[in-house]
Design a protein around this ligand. Sequence first.
Ligand code: ZN
Ligand code: ZN
Length: 162
Amino acid sequence: MSDLKRVQVWADALIALHLDGTWTFGFDNAKRRAGLCDYGRKRISVSRYLTARYDDDTNHQTLLHEVAHAIAGPSAGHGAAWKRVARDLGYVGGTTHRGETATELAPWVGVCPNGHTAYRHRRPTRPTSCVQCSKRYDERYRFRWAKREITAAVRRAALLPR
Ligand SMILES: [Zn+2]
Ligand SMILES: [Zn+2]
C-alpha cells in the first residue's frame, strides 16, 4: 500500500547513496515480478502494479534487492558477492524476484473440477492440472481455461493501493 511517490524518493536516495548519476529509476508495467535491474540501460525499475499493493517494507526491500544487483554487477547473479552486498544494504529477503502477482490483470483463468482457480498472463500452451488437488500432473484435475477481458477500469483499479 505504498504511495508511488514515496517509493520514487527512496529509490532516488538509494541510487545517490550507493550508485552514481549514470543510474536512473523508474516504474514499469510488469505484472509478475516486482523489480528489475537493467545493466545495459543502467536503470532500476519496479512494477507500478505490484508496488501499489505491497507495503512500504516490501517495496523498500525490492529496491535494496535491485540496488544490490547494480552494485554487484551482472556476473554476480544471486551468488555470494551479491548476497554480501545485499546483506550490507539491509536486504533480508530471498533471491527471487517473484512475489504476489497481479492476478486480476491475468486474462487467462483456469478452473479445476473442484473449483480451484489459477491465473495466467499468457495462453497456457500445455495441459496443466490443479496443484491443490494433486502435486503431480493428473488428468482428472485438469484446468479448463477461459479468456476474460481486462478492462481499462480493472487496470486502473489495480494501480490503487488497498
Ligand atoms: Zn535478483
Ligand atoms: Zn483443484
